[in-house]
Design a protein around this ligand. Structure first.
Ligand code: 4NP
Length: 158
């Protein structure tokens, strides 16, 4: 079974949204996959996603309320086939912890799924209003469509 991990800062806004969006798409086509998310800052470990993330997801019928924030660990390189960073800080943090080329080959920017090679970041919506969360949702929805297509075409990487 293919395993996908999304990584952001607090694991309460961007990456839980990406996790819920991709899982929802894969469930709809009965594609067997494990999708998870985590972060790099410990402020919110154990917390449910931010209310604004919960509400933009719920509007589209996606329930992310059961997610509990956790930190990225070295073991995630073994556990996951694809590791998607939301922005350069997460990308660099993940790459710093990678021990092997095999680890590094699993890591990419999530928006490279729609803007290949551009290394664009998903803006942190935490300090902004619900509109920022809407924008993040739409960007991640588009990226997850492409990730879903890639997984369907090439499920065995890792
Ligand atoms: P996220 O957003 O990385 O998309 O979950 C953030 C959530 C909380 C904080 C920063 C970013 N924080 O500093 O508490």
């Amino acid at each position: 079974m293919v395993k996908v991990l999304f990584v952001c800062t607090g694991n309460i806004c961007r990456s839980p949204l990406a996790e819920g969006i991709l899982r929802n798409k894969l469930d709809k086509i009965n594609f067997p996959a494990e999708v998870d998310s985590c972060g790099f800052e410990s402020f919110h470990v154990g917390d449910a996603p931010d209310m604004r993330a919960l509400s933009v997801a719920k509007l589209r019928g996606i329930d992310i309320s059961s997610h509990q924030a956790r930190l990225f660990t070295i073991g995630d390189f073994e556990e996951f086939d694809y590791i998607y960073a939301m922005d350069t800080s997460h990308y660099n943090n993940i790459m710093r912890l990678a021990k092997h080329e095999r680890d590094r080959s699993k890591v990419d920017y999530v928006l490279n799924a729609i803007f290949p090679g551009q290394n664009r970041g998903v803006q942190d919506p935490w300090y902004h209003d619900i509109k920022a969360f809407e924008k993040v949702f739409l960007q991640l929805d588009e990226a997850c469509d492409q990730i879903m297509h890639m997984l369907v075409m090439k499920p065995g990487k890792g």
